[in-house]
Design a binder for this molecule. Structure first.
Ligand code: DQA
Length: 140
């Protein structure tokens, strides 16, 4: 099984962004840890990042993966374009947010991707990515 771990807007700034919300890992460190966790379970994770909404759509539409773990960053709160894309995909998408979006600013409480994703893991830091791997591989 191959999973795409796709990171959206500003997630390339992990390690520099507010560690109280996002922890200290850089995006590369986070990706390495998720790849290692998945590899130990016989699953390959390929990683991609874009700050651009259209590019995230292109990556998802052209991915040759069996499932997607998506943290779209702030696009999650208003991108109907990403929502429509996910709705059309034939592979399951698990959404992850490192921080607890529901206990932060009100604009973060609205997640327009949540109900077209198969599962959402919120506010658990990297554990949310591990849980998404387990969910997508049926090892919950
Ligand atoms: C985030 C939460 C979003 O509200 C924010 O815009 C991000 C990161 C998270 O992982 O907690 O960029 O998706």
């Amino acid at each position: 099984m191959k999973i795409l771990m796709l990171s959206g807007a500003n997630l390339n700034m992990l390690g520099k962004r507010d560690p109280a919300h996002y922890g200290n890992d850089t995006l590369v460190q986070l990706q390495d840890k998720v790849c290692t966790y998945a590899a130990a379970r016989g699953v390959k994770v390929v990683c991609a990042h874009s700050n651009s909404e259209g590019e995230l759509i292109n990556i998802m539409q052209n991915s040759a993966c069996d499932a997607i773990i998506l943290n779209a960053g702030a696009y999650s709160h208003y991108s109907y374009a990403l929502r429509d894309c996910i709705e059309c995909l034939s592979v399951p998408v698990a959404e992850v947010h490192l921080s607890d979006i529901y206990s932060r600013e009100p604009f973060r409480h609205n997640d327009v991707l949540a109900d077209v994703c198969k599962a959402c893991f919120v506010g658990k830091g990297i554990q949310g990515y591990y849980d998404a791997v387990d969910f997508l591989t049926g090892n919950e």
